[in-house]
Design a protein around this ligand. Structure first.
Ligand SMILES: N[C@@H](CCC(=O)N[C@@H](CS)C(=O)NCC(=O)O)C(=O)O
Length: 233
């Protein structure tokens, strides 16, 4: 019995959705089997059953085909339904993870998106590119290539905004302590977005966050590197 993961797919089945990576890690952490369904930007019919247009969506075949959407809701569902190997461990940890979820949404994504968006466009399937460009240029109000211009100059401010995280992973191996938990997957999944969508490096190699990212990339037999699912998925 498996859990079906509807995940955003790019060119050649490349996976770069930060929200879907969080859930891929959460499922793997729990030891649950994953059945992958890649969804291109213009393949909304594949997730029409969920009543909305965004991924991740999961279908839990172990639980009567229950459909759950939104990465935060999915992580909570998984921890409540499969209590072994907790993703949170306590109500306090869940609250802290929620804070990190919000912090990534309000601080990390608005800085990272404009630094990689034109690179990402190149890794969107040809058939999806017109939709991607139109929807993102409407959102940002400027051409994708313009958004990326001068990105090197934005790195110091980005680096400074990560200081609380840097201080933490200097002191301990994982955000959640000695072993990784959902807060690590939120942030690492988010780094998988620029990591797979672009070759632009956001961190210096001697940055403790870079070292933590490497540590995360080594988990689960290098799950992070298994990002290319091929053109059919
Ligand atoms: N709050 C949602 C956000 C989901 C989301 O924005 N998903 C993006 C992929 S990273 C998506 O499906 N985009 C499709 C589109 O823009 O058409 C979550 O946490 O799951």
């Amino acid at each position: 019995m498996t859990i079906v993961l509807y995940d955003l797919k790019g060119r050649d089945g490349l996976r770069y959705s930060p929200y879907c990576w969080r859930i891929r890690y959460a499922l793997t952490h729990k030891g649950l089997d994953i059945e992958d369904v890649g969804v291109g930007f213009t393949e909304k019919e594949k997730i029409a059953f969920s009543g909305q247009q965004l991924v991740p969506v999961i279908v839990d075949r172990n639980n009567g085909g229950k459909v759950i959407l939104d990465s935060w809701q999915i992580a909570n569902y998984l921890d409540d339904t499969y209590p072994n190997k907790p993703l949170f461990g306590s109500a306090a940890a869940r609250g802290t993870a929620r804070f990190i979820n919000n912090w990534v949404g309000t601080t990390f994504f608005p800085q990272v998106g404009p630094m990689i968006i034109a690179d990402l466009f190149q890794r969107v399937r040809d058939v999806d590119q017109p939709y991607f460009r139109a929807s993102r240029e409407k959102r940002y109000g400027v051409a994708l290539e313009k958004l990326q211009e001068g990105r090197e100059q934005r790195l110091p401010a980005f680096s400074a905004s990560l200081e609380p995280l840097r201080m933490l992973v200097k002191e301990q191996d994982f955000i959640c302590g000695e072993t990784p938990g959902y807060a690590d997957y939120i942030l690492f999944g988010s780094f998988q977005w620029p990591g797979n969508a672009s070759d632009f490096e956001l961190l210096a190699e001697d940055d403790p966050i870079y070292v933590w990212r490497q540590r995360m990339a080594g988990l689960y037999d290098g799950l992070a590197q298994r990002a290319k699912f091929g053109p059919t998925n």
